[in-house]
Structures are given as C-alpha cells and as structure tokens.
Design a binder for this molecule. Structure first.
Ligand SMILES: CC(C)(COP(=O)(O)OP(=O)(O)OC[C@H]1O[C@@H](n2cnc3c(N)ncnc32)[C@H](O)[C@@H]1OP(=O)(O)O)[C@@H](O)C(=O)NCCC(=O)NCCS
Length: 167
C-alpha cells in the first residue's frame, strides 16, 4: 500500500514511556493483554502471527500500534498507536489498550499525546477513534487529548461513538 503521507515515527520516547515497534518476543505480552478483555486468550502461535502482522502492516501502511514500556521499570504495559480500523489511511484511528495494573497513572494519555504528535509529523490532518458508549475511561483519555464526540452508529453490539480530532 502506498500513500501520500510520511511514515510514522515507530520509536518514540516520552517523559515516562518508550513506544516501540513490536518484537516477536512481545507475543506473550500481547496474549496476556487480550486475555484481560474477558475473551479467550489467543494461543502463543496466534499472538505471534498477530505481532508479525503488526510489523508487516506497519511497513505497508506507514502507521502502526506501538508497544508501551515504562522507562524506569522496562516492563511492557500495553500499546498505543494508529490503525486504519473502521476509518481510512488518510484519517486513521488512534487506539490504546493497557494492562489493568497500569491503569490510572496517566500512561494512556501520555502515550496518546505522543502518537498525536507523530500523526501530525506524517502530514495527517484528522484522526478518529471509535469507542463503545460504556467506555468512560477511553472517552476521558480522548477528551484530555482534544477529541470531540462526532456521531454515533448502532450495530449488533450497541452504540459506537465516533470521536474526532483535527490536527
Ligand atoms: C482506556 C485505557 C487505555 C485508559 O488507560 P489509563 O492509562 O488508565 O488512562 P489515563 O490514566 O491516561 O486516563 C484515564 C482517565 O479516565 C478516568 N477514568 C477511569 N475510569 C473511568 C470511569 N469508569 N469513568 C470515568 N472516568 C474514568 C481517569 O480518572 C482518568 O481521567 P483523569 O486524568 O481526569 O482522572 C484503559 O482503561 C484500558 O486499557 N482499557 C481497556 C482497553 C480499552 O478500552 N481501550 C480503548 C478502546 S476504544
């Protein structure tokens, strides 16, 4: 896939966090993180394939989710980044998911703020984020980084809110 935007920075350092491209060894962390959603934990092989697909898609599209590690502790706490998701390569979605043990420390906000800067640097003008209407923590993160609620759609899982931020 080619597009008119610069590739996103895949290695980002913030005050407390290191955001990086996925390594194959992150598969076990990805597996644990998905397990916290309350759905079946993927096999290690499936998680490994997912990580490989993240890397391939990053090369093809120039955008990616990035792993988040705390600088001081060096531990993997989740991911944040840009994906096409339900939107487009021109106006991608910002997405984030952190281990429960890391919630409530401002980490998602810190990582997402850095991803917005990285999105600006690619030349993009607008980002989206689609969030289920019950997900107040996610709405609060989006509010803190300047998103506004734009519109809702309804599907088999209920209300899905489209949030938008002009860059
Ligand atoms: C959404 C998520 C990434 C937030 O991570 P986090 O590191 O805890 O976020 P931050 O600490 O940066 O900010 C969270 C904000 O939400 C608030 N918050 C947390 N739970 C809340 C709730 N149930 N209702 C309202 N606000 C809530 C916090 O108080 C904080 O706001 P504040 O700084 O004004 O106090 C995390 O909850 C998560 O991984 N959830 C599961 C995955 C997910 O839902 N991803 C998004 C899919 S759209």
């Amino acid at each position: 896939m080619t597009n008119r935007f610069s590739a996103m920075n895949f290695e980002i350092i913030t005050e407390r966090l290191n955001l990086s491209m996925w390594e194959e060894s992150d598969a076990s962390w990805y597996r644990e993180l998905v397990g916290e959603r309350g759905v079946a934990k993927p096999t290690l092989e499936a998680a490994y394939k997912k990580v490989i697909s993240f890397r391939e898609r990053a090369l093809e599209s120039g955008i990616s989710l990035l792993t988040i590690r705390r600088k001081d502790e060096g531990d993997f706490i989740g991911y944040c980044g840009l994906i096409i998701g339900r939107s487009t390569i021109e106006e991608p979605e910002i997405a984030y998911e952190l281990f429960q043990r890391a919630h409530g420390n401002g980490y998602a906000t810190e990582a997402a703020s850095a991803i917005i800067e990285a999105a600006v640097a690619t030349g993009r003008r607008r980002l989206w984020s689609t969030v289920r209407s019950w997900n107040n923590a996610s709405f609060r993160v989006l509010e803190k980084i300047g998103f506004i609620r734009h519109h809702s759609i309804w599907d088999e899982n209920g209300e899905l809110v489209w949030n938008m931020r002009d860059l």
